[in-house]
Design a protein around this ligand. Structure first.
Ligand SMILES: CC(C)(COP(=O)(O)OP(=O)(O)OC[C@H]1O[C@@H](n2cnc3c(N)ncnc32)[C@H](O)[C@@H]1OP(=O)(O)O)[C@@H](O)C(=O)NCCC(=O)NCCS
Length: 161
């Protein structure tokens, strides 16, 4: 298995807007009409954060963001850290690939951005996601409730040095 990180293409960003996860992960589904796809890609994927597609043997299987995109309103982000957001395409989830994908993401983030610390914000219910980051050394740093939806989140961090 060979992983690579490439600039996010418009085509794969558009694909991701149609990804459908089974419950309970359907909270990550986005619903965008065909007419608004370009507008949403411009607004979401062209901001200040850096987006990459993660390719496995040349095929894009995940999107990762580096920067404020990975934050959730209400979280404690006072420490100097690089926030990461990760979404694996639905058909590639639940196959035991997660820990290895996160290992690659961590290695890429450290190499590309030289941050003092990495940080990821994960819904408290999502034990599957927490497991793959914890297996890569991340530790729970703080918890909060997103006032908009009442959903609980946990901020995980990993010190690079
Ligand atoms: C979160 C994500 C990266 C995990 O990757 P994955 O390839 O689906 O995860 P895996 O199949 O490798 O499973 C990871 C671990 O969680 C465990 N797991 C699966 N379902 C679980 C559950 N309901 N409760 C607890 N652990 C669970 C698996 O057994 C596995 O543990 P192991 O490595 O010790 O065997 C991926 O599912 C994803 O991007 N999903 C998109 C939606 C999402 O959850 N977004 C939040 C991203 S931070």
């Amino acid at each position: 298995m060979s992983f690579a990180f490439r600039p996010l293409t418009h085509a794969f960003a558009a694909d991701s807007l149609a990804w459908r996860y089974d419950p309970p992960y359907d909270v990550y589904n986005t619903y965008v009409s065909a007419a608004r796809v370009d507008e949403v890609i411009t607004a979401h994927f062209s901001g200040e954060s850096e987006f990459r597609q993660v390719e496995l043997d040349g095929v894009p299987i995940a999107i990762v963001s580096f920067g404020a995109d990975g934050r959730v309103n209400g979280g404690d982000y006072h420490e100097d850290a690089l926030d990461i957001g990760l979404g694996v395409a639905p058909h590639m989830t639940g196959r035991g690939l997660g820990t290895g994908i996160v290992r690659e993401v961590v290695g890429y983030a450290v190499h590309a951005f030289s941050p003092p610390m990495l940080r990821v914000t994960i819904a408290a219910f999502n034990l599957r996601a927490q497991r793959v980051w914890v297996k890569n050394g991340f530790q729970a740093a703080s918890r909060f409730t997103f006032t908009g939806t009442g959903m609980k989140f946990i901020v995980y961090t990993w010190s690079v040095r």
